[in-house]
Design a protein around this ligand. Structure first.
Ligand code: ATP
Ligand code: MG
Length: 400
């Protein structure tokens, strides 16, 4: 016996306020996009939930997608029965008898959403529970801590029966909290930071700085692959590839001491901010984590932050590396991030980057680079934008 429908539930927070309908539309839109390849299914949105009618399709194909849709808190593969007492109780017995691991104890929890059903929920708990006890040997009822809880919902047109409530992706629907620009390196941290930002409901566009030809085609491919993993959570994602070689080389020629990394990071943020403004995004997101490297001390973070006006969101700022790695493994970015290809930031790194940059000195050095603003604008103008789509590995990313 296969489930007939999956009940996908929104989080309670999502249900508050005037935005509810918009949130729910977004989630539905994204579910449809992720499940395009499962032709049989149909969607029926209802207050606080979406029914995914399986029409014979396997539950697994839907479950994989549900783990990637933010704003959904839980889901249940469910069986349906006619709104008829006999039909419901025999379906209940069939479900309990067919569980992969036979429970010792169980209980029935009926919710009567349909007030016209002749028995109320208490009566139904008792009657259906008794019937299951009679028909499935070796069971007892435990109302406090049962091995299995059989939920029965009596809806308008049918009854829904299920035993599993699976945790969903959580968070807010993608894009429901505005748009931000993610500074996406090839490293472990920034893809995780991007995932966390998306889970908070931010729509993301990614910016990557490359130093071609010093960095290879494969380093670029790695970032495209990371963006593709993120795109599984959004449908698709724009990836802005910023040519950073000229700026990096010129800065390095003019100044090669312990504030070089600070100067380059400030330039990166300024470029990202300009891209963000052009694209209508209201924040920058980075993978910075306090203390992790020289530029991520408090003075280092301050020196970076002061280069721009937009807020810099740092989802991982207080997160231990091992926890970040665990998340990266769960999300599916760790393997790609661990590939060895070099990043633009590993070029021209001075032997001892400052952990305590002095703002007055930083600003004085930048004043001695009057060409810097033009190079920043040029990098923005020469940025190439790719649209990365989930699950189309064989296809080349489409150039705008
Ligand atoms: P990550 O693992 O994300 O690369 P990291 O610990 O290596 O981070 P840094 O190299 O100092 O730290 O970079 C800090 C942040 O700056 C990154 O998390 C990312 O958001 C951004 N960043 C660094 N290099 C690049 C790049 N080449 N393109 C885009 N963003 C970058
Ligand atoms: Mg890095």
């Amino acid at each position: 016996m296969k489930p007939d429908v999956v009940i996908a539930r929104f989080g309670e927070l999502t249900l508050k306020g005037r935005n509810r309908a918009r949130f729910e539309r977004r989630v539905l839109h994204q579910l449809k996009a992720l499940l395009e390849h499962v032709p049989g299914i149909r969607f029926t949105p209802e207050f606080g939930r979406i029914y995914i009618e399986l029409n014979g399709e396997p539950t697994e194909s839907v479950a994989a997608a549900l783990d990637k849709v933010f704003g959904l808190y839980s889901y249940s593969p469910a069986y349906t029965a006619e709104l008829d007492f006999d039909a419901i109780r025999s379906k209940a017995a069939e479900i309990v008898a067919g569980l992969p691991r036979r429970p010792e104890t169980f209980k029935v929890s009926v919710r009567r959403a349909n007030r016209s059903f002749p028995y109320d929920s208490q009566q139904m708990n008792y009657l259906v529970g008794g019937y299951v006890l009679e028909h499935v040997p070796g069971l007892t009822v435990d109302v406090r801590k049962p091995d299995t809880e059989l939920h029965i919902e009596l809806r308008e047109t049918r009854a829904l029966l299920y035993t599993d409530i699976v945790e969903g992706a959580g968070g807010y629907p993608y894009g429901s909290n505005g748009k931000a620009v993610l500074l996406l390196s090839g490293g472990i941290d920034s893809p995780v930071a991007g995932w966390m930002a998306m889970r908070r409901g931010l729509e993301l566009e990614a910016v990557h700085f490359h130093s071609f030809p010093y960095t290879s085609e494969r380093a670029k491919q790695k970032v495209v692959d990371l963006a593709r993993v993120l795109a599984q959570y959004s449908g698709d994602i724009k990836l802005h590839m910023v040519p950073f070689t000229e700026l990096q080389t010129k800065v390095h020629q003019a100044y090669n001491d312990n504030l070089l990394v600070t100067i380059l990071r400030r330039a990166m943020l300024r470029i990202a901010e300009k891209v963000a403004e052009r694209e209508g995004a209201q924040a920058l997101v980075t993978g910075e984590s306090l203390g992790q490297v020289a530029s991520q001390t408090l003075p280092g973070l301050n020196a970076s932050r002061r280069a721009v006006q937009l807020p810099i969101l740092q989802p991982l700022i207080m997160t231990d590396k091992r926890d970040i790695i665990r998340l990266a493994e769960d999300i599916g970015t760790f393997g790609i991030s661990s590939l060895p290809y070099e990043d633009c930031c590993t070029l021209f790194v001075p032997p001892s980057p400052s952990t305590n940059p002095n703002m007055r000195v930083v600003e004085a050095i930048e004043r001695n680079m009057p060409w810097l603003p033009d190079l920043i604008d040029k990098a923005v103008q020469e940025t190439e934008t790719l649209r990365i789509t989930a699950g189309r590995k064989d296809e080349h990313a489409h150039l705008f």
